[in-house]
Design a protein around this ligand. Structure first.
Ligand code: UDP
Ligand code: MG
Length: 139
């Protein structure tokens, strides 16, 4: 079993989509082993997304991710990072496969309702960004 990080972004929290998204993810076979709501400030948002520093959408992205509360969840499943990316769909909701989370709820390439760790971009670093060992529960 592997772990990955899901963030329900401020656009989705504002639209009350948290429950629908969590149900879709859990129905796909993921177990939630840690979860909380928090409101990132710009410094925290900038640090989380530092891999994108210098790209034309970076400043917008930092403003967006800190524009309201997010729900962060640590999820466990076989091949969790790769499988969650499939459930979530492509970055641009218009290009996301039918019935993926972003296809169903995303409104633009930026406001795409969720973040899911990329398998090749150190999911553990993203989990550690939000959760201490004692915040995660095996059951
Ligand atoms: N993003 C954006 N414009 C772009 C590409 C990305 O606003 O042209 C935002 C979008 O919210 C995306 C995030 O930046 O989810 C991170 O981009 P990445 O390419 O890593 O996409 P993801 O891994 O989230 O699919
Ligand atoms: Mg990414």
């Amino acid at each position: 079993m592997e772990k990955t990080l899901l963030i329900i972004k401020p656009d989705a929290v504002r639209k009350n989509l948290t429950g629908n998204i969590l149900k879709q993810v859990m129905d796909a076979g993921f177990k939630i082993i840690g979860m909380k709501m928090l409101w990132l400030n710009k410094e925290q948002g900038g640090k989380f997304y530092e891999i994108h520093k210098g790209k034309d959408f970076y400043n917008w992205l930092v403003d967006f991710i800190s524009s309201g509360p997010v729900v962060v969840a640590c999820l466990k499943a076989d091949s969790a990072p790769a499988r969650l990316r499939e459930v979530v769909g492509a970055t641009d909701p218009k290009k996301a496969a039918p019935n993926t989370v972003r296809n169903l709820y995303g409104t633009s390439v930026g406001e795409n309702v969720v973040h899911a760790s990329a398998p090749d971009e150190n999911p553990q670093r993203e989990i550690d960004f939000f959760f201490k060992a004692g915040d995660l529960h095996e059951y």
